[in-house]
Write a protein that binds this ligand. Structure first.
Ligand code: ARG
Length: 609
């Protein structure tokens, strides 16, 4: 809708540079523009006077007359727009015609975005910390794709580096069979090494020695490394399977091993390398220098990230590169971006570190009594068990008529699938409701809050819309009079999905109904979806989308609780078909938008719960 209003304004006032936004507060209308203030500043005029002049032109435009019920000047010279009833109804039609495509656009114009996310470290448990990167990264991936970008997901797993030397040392000195070690055992070897090395600092030399061997392609070192890699990948894949996440590429750090020399040579040639106590560094304005090679000649995480950028440029020629990585690496990425600028491979690329905060237990860090990190797999399995429990009990404490509905009429295997969708969905959604930068306190009660901003609440609401539609189908098949779902004409070809204004209005005229306040609120909320998608992507904030979906679901449930959608058996005789059709279309539209939004967030939407 935003684009339609924007086009109409530009046409009406004959200015190309116009910005509009959807104000958070409803009294400022559905859209608002500051164009009068911008223009007034440029021409040294009074902004209110300019606004008045522009308003005249805007009000006489024929498209604006259709789209808007009211246009007003407010504050220092804002012009605010309220959508007309026709526009709201037309938008609902648009939701139901476009279906899964509603809210998507060609905004990205095929520009390429590379997203670096998940990136767990091998030989360590997939900790709950990497959950954030995986879930937020996947949501950003889906958002950009929905907006017409070409998106590439690249999993930069940590499978190289000095810490790996500690493991090689442990396995060798203990004479262990690497292929038989579980990830838990591998992680314990690290922990043990670290506490030993606190006593005997010399142990670090052993570890460094082993990593050097690995970099020098020592066959024994390579063999152990390969075995550990395979064990870890098996565990990661189990978790990705549980999470329903698929990442396009996995180029671990080791992938860049043979590309290091070339990078170092290039940097040396460009005069960017300095020697410092046997190591090689790159100096960066306004921050600590970054280390390129260590004094023993081995390479660093930093240099591997430079090689990664060069590879990605050659492979995909990206316009934007997003790193979804913890905020303990803020300095690292500032250094990487600064170095990349100095090297000047392609300074048109926009690099963004979407730094996420920690997940903590209510009493501190996410670690067990023994100092081990909490295992994500355990958390996910517990989430599924908790969801199953709720479904089995079938007496959920939900107010809005959900109570007692859960789990009814589901077979055993359906229940298991729903439990998985709800359990995993709840954990993911909880993460996504927070702005990436904030720290999260992990709290089962909040994750499963059935009346609040949680996945189960939205999934219930979606299932409710689908249940209404199924009931309609039943009514239709029985003795009911011609109770047609507002099934909008689908004669438009998919490629012509963008509705023209006149089409929209003529479609909306099919409904001759008086809407109530609750319905209007739902209609207004549906309009905002596409705008929210854009701001969630541009601000790297999937939480904007979760908030929106929660708000929409609340508005729909409010409507649902106050008004009948389908007639009871007795009422069928005097039921007003138009009202029924409109409310069904509204229900279907809400279901569609919840489905589109949750799918983008990577959350499943069971048809029944
Ligand atoms: N494996 C790293 C970690 O767990 C994250 C890697 C992020 N991506 C990158 N290109 N550096 O800390």
């Amino acid at each position: 809708m935003q684009d339609k209003i924007l086009e109409a304004i530009k046409k009406a006032i004959g200015i190309e540079e116009v910005h509009i936004e959807a104000p958070e507060i409803e009294v400022y209308g559905d859209y608002s523009t500051n164009v009068a203030m911008v223009l007034a500043k440029k021409e040294g005029k009074n902004p209110k006077e300019v606004a008045k002049e522009l308003l005249q032109k805007i009000l006489s435009d024929k498209d604006i007359k259709i789209l808007c019920e009211k246009v007003e000047i407010a504050g220092p010279g804002f012009i605010n727009f309220w959508l007309s009833y026709e526009a709201l109804l037309g938008n609902l039609k648009e939701v139901n015609i476009k279906g899964e495509e509603y809210g998507s656009s060609g905004l990205g114009g095929g520009k390429c975005v590379v997203i670096d996310y998940s990136a767990p470290n091998i030989a360590k448990r997939f900790g709950i910390g990497h959950l954030r990167s995986t879930v937020i990264g996947q949501a950003l991936y889906n958002l950009y794709k929905f907006l017409g970008y070409k998106v590439i997901g690249d999993n930069h797993i940590g499978d190289w580096g000095t810490q790996f030397g500690t493991l090689l040392y442990q396995i060798d000195s203990k004479g262990l069979n690497p292929a038989k070690l579980t990830v838990d055992e591998l992680e314990n070897l690290y922990v043990e090494f670290n506490s030993e090395a606190q006593k005997y600092e010399k142990l670090w030399d052993e570890a460094r020695g082993w990593f050097k061997k690995l970099e020098e392609k020592d066959p024994k070192a390579k063999e152990v490394w390969k075995a550990v890699l395979n064990t870890s990948l098996r565990e990661f894949n189990r978790i990705y399977e549980l999470l329903g996440v698929k990442i396009d590429y996995t180029h671990g750090e080791s992938f860049y091993e043979d590309k290091m020399m070339e990078i170092l040579d290039e940097l040396r040639k460009k005069g960017l390398v300095k020697k410092s106590e046997g190591a090689e560094i790159i100096e960066l304005a306004g921050m600590t220098p970054a280390m390129l090679t260590k004094s023993d000649g081995t390479t660093t995480y930093f240099t591997r990230d430079l090689a990664t950028i060069k590879f990605r440029i050659g492979e995909w020629n990206p316009d934007i590169v997003i790193y979804e990585v913890g905020n303990d690496q803020i300095l690292h990425f500032r250094q990487v971006f600064a170095a990349t600028k100095l090297i000047n491979w392609n300074n048109k690329i926009h690099y963004e570190h979407v730094a996420h905060g920690l997940i903590r237990l209510p009493h501190g860090k996410m670690s067990t009594r023994h100092g081990e990190t909490v295992k994500l797999e355990d958390v996910l399995n517990e989430a599924i068990a908790r969801a199953k429990n709720i479904i089995d009990k079938s007496e959920t404490p939900l107010r809005h008529g959900f109570a007692g509905q859960a789990g009814r009429g589901l077979s055993h295997s359906e229940k298991d699938n729903v439990a998985k969708a709800v359990g995993i969905g709840a954990v993911k959604y909880f993460d996504l409701t927070h702005h990436p930068a904030t720290d999260i306190i992990f709290d089962w009660d909040k994750i499963f809050v059935l009346e609040g901003n949680s996945a189960p609440y939205l999934q219930y609401t979606y299932a409710r819309t689908q249940s209404v539609l199924r009931k309609t189908q039943k009514l239709k098949n029985s003795k009911t009079p011609n109770l047609k779902i507002g099934n909008p004409s689908t004669s438009l070809r998919p490629s012509a999905l963008r509705l023209r204004l006149e089409e929209m209005v003529s479609l909306s005229n099919q409904w001759k109904v008086e809407t109530n306040a609750e319905e209007i609120l739902v209609l207004r909320s549906l309009v905002r979806f596409s705008d929210v998608i854009v701001s969630a992507a541009k601000n790297y904030s999937p939480n904007l989308l979760t908030n929106y979906l929660f708000n929409l679901a609340q508005k729909y449930n409010n409507f649902y609780n106050l008004h009948r959608i389908l007639p009871s058996e007795k009422e069928i005789g005097d039921w007003k078909l138009e009202i029924g059709n409109f409310r069904l279309a509204l229900t279907r539209g809400v279901g569609q938008v919840l489905n589109n939004g949750l799918t983008i967030l990577g959350i499943e939407t069971p048809e029944k719960m």
